[in-house]
Design a protein around this ligand. Structure first.
Ligand SMILES: NC(=O)c1ccc[n+]([C@@H]2O[C@H](COP(=O)([O-])OP(=O)(O)OC[C@H]3O[C@@H](n4cnc5c(N)ncnc54)[C@H](OP(=O)(O)O)[C@@H]3O)[C@@H](O)[C@H]2O)c1
Length: 247
């Protein structure tokens, strides 16, 4: 079950963290994978790992904060990777700060990458998916977009925006056999959470029902499920993957 043989998947933010694991695991399920991000050397190593396990991968330099350049960057894909069946909008950044002191640049940087970037990549993919009458679009949001978090008004707004966008898209695209869903992780062990001090971590773990941070693998599993043919009757859904931090 949940095999992805014959499908092509593009994962944004695949140079490290959750996206890296996602790219490797989508490939393990049989998909041809396009790991995309700005750090080309890291993408090369992801692609190499996929190839050495017998899979197919093509790394793609992609800066989602530059919407005007995305079509050109996608145009660099070789023919065998050009028709994308599965899109995982995973790339994201944080620029935390209390709202009263949050400058417009800090607000815009996060909204431009996390929300406008996801819009711009998805928009490039949708026409092809509509023509081929098949698609799986998954947005990696955050429980912070559902419950809020002090110091993260910009990030929470961007992640909540993904939920509204995906539900609207689900309604527009369902008739073409394209599903659109959101995975909303809680705290996950990546560089995004590396900087948390021990005391903060301990406090946070107390708010998580299963009493631990998630791993990138914990997030990859539901993404693979939503990317599969078997999940074809699930669309417009938000899957909270937070170990019960948000119930
Ligand atoms: N870790 C958590 O606790 C957590 C919780 C909830 C949600 N999430 C979400 O999960 C996703 C992955 O997070 P992570 O923890 O794996 O973070 P991470 O380790 O910081 O990785 C972020 C990824 O996004 C890419 N990226 C950033 N800006 C980009 C841009 N302008 N264009 C293209 N790629 C860009 C980075 O690659 P380059 O720098 O190479 O471009 C990197 O691969 C994010 O959307 C995050 O908001 C994370």
């Amino acid at each position: 079950m949940f095999r992805l043989d014959g499908k092509t998947a593009l994962v944004t933010g695949a140079s490290q963290g959750i996206g890296r694991t996602l790219a490797l695991q989508l490939a393990q399920q049989g998909a041809r994978v396009i790991p995309a991000a700005r750090s080309v050397d890291k993408l090369e190593s992801v692609a190499e790992e996929i190839r050495s396990a017998g899979g197919q991968a093509h790394p793609l330099a992609l800066d989602i904060s530059q919407p005007g350049e995305i079509a050109g960057q996608l145009g660099e894909l070789p023919e065998e990777f050009a028709e994308i069946d599965i899109l995982v909008n995973n790339a994201g950044i944080t620029r935390d700060g209390l709202f009263a002191r949050m400058g417009l640049d800090q607000w815009e940087e996060v909204i431009n990458t996390n929300l406008t970037g996801a819009y711009a990549v998805t928009r490039e993919m949708v026409k092809g998916m509509m023509r081929r009458r098949y698609g799986r679009i998954i947005f990696v949001s955050s429980v912070v977009g559902l419950m809020g978090n002090p110091g993260q008004a910009n990030y929470a707004a961007s992640k909540a925006g993904l939920v509204g966008m995906s539900k609207s898209l689900a309604k527009e695209l369902g008739g073409r056999n394209i599903t659109v869903n959101v995975v909303a992780p809680g705290f996950v062990e990546t560089s995004m959470t590396d900087g948390l001090g021990d005391r903060v971590r301990e406090q946070l773990e107390k708010t998580i029902v299963v009493r631990r941070f998630g791993s990138p693998e914990d997030i990859a599993a539901p993404v693979i499920f939503l990317a599969s043919a078997e999940a074809g009757y699930i669309t417009g859904e938000v899957l909270n993957v937070s170990g019960g931090m948000y119930i």
